[in-house]
Ligand binder design. Sequence first.
Ligand code: AMP
Length: 282
Amino acid sequence: MIKIIKTSQELIQLRNSFTTEKVGFVPTMGNLHLGHISLLEKSLKENEVNILSIFVNPKQFGPKEDFSKYPRTLEQDVKKIEGLLAEKFPQKTLYIFAPTDTQEIYPEGFSTNISVGEMANILCGKSRPGHFDGVTTVVYVLFSLVKPHHCYMGEKDFQQVTLIKKMVEDLRLPINIVAMPIVRSPEGLALSSRNGYLNSQQIMEALILPKTLKEIATLIKEKRPLDSINDKIKSILTNKDWDYLEICDQKTLKPSLNYQNIVILGAMKAGPTRLIDNIVIN
Ligand code: AMP
């Protein structure tokens, strides 16, 4: 069964009615695909109460970004979730917090900004100033309303989940962040709501991103000299479609010169759309 909640007040009341220590939470911006569904499935498996939020957060979009055209598809999203519940969790209830009014999250006069610091200004933060402050601020507000014990997020947005883990650690929030692996199309493209902006030619171009990450991952696994790997990265980055391609430490996201506990992160443009992807190497 699905119950849709439209206001923060309703959500607070609902949350106060639960005494369980197993509240699972999946924050999203909607337009759900199998990546989102994998997070929801994990939450439903592990928790008694499950809440998914759908909110296209204006604070995380830059002035020239796609906030107004971001796909808002609540009816289809509900159908997809109904399908999952009917097939795998017929006894469970899912609460969908889908505020229709931005004021439910940011009431008149809201002025707080949650910023994790330097880590928010590198990689994607460099070309999207303010983006991650928007993310950490909305997630903090959602955590305050939902009071989850476990929150499920995708490694697709590796920098995002790393920043949320840091916020939770620094602010001593009693929430376990569960990072889930990337779900990909059969061709290897990481699923993303923004893939819907691409035509078939641009999808072919976009596949360069996962292919390149895989090539770099192979060189690292073969323990090729880091200098030669870095030279290869430099030559890839001469192509103007690339925003960044970096080998980073998984925890700090600083450039790493190791072969272990690293993540290869990339961002590039395909047609009008900026895409991100990564490969984790342990
Ligand atoms: P979004 O709706 O894009 O804000 O994403 C909501 C959550 O779904 C975030 O934690 C994302 O990292 C996660 N997510 C998005 N795409 C994927 C994917 N392809 N595989 C796994 N998780 C994903």
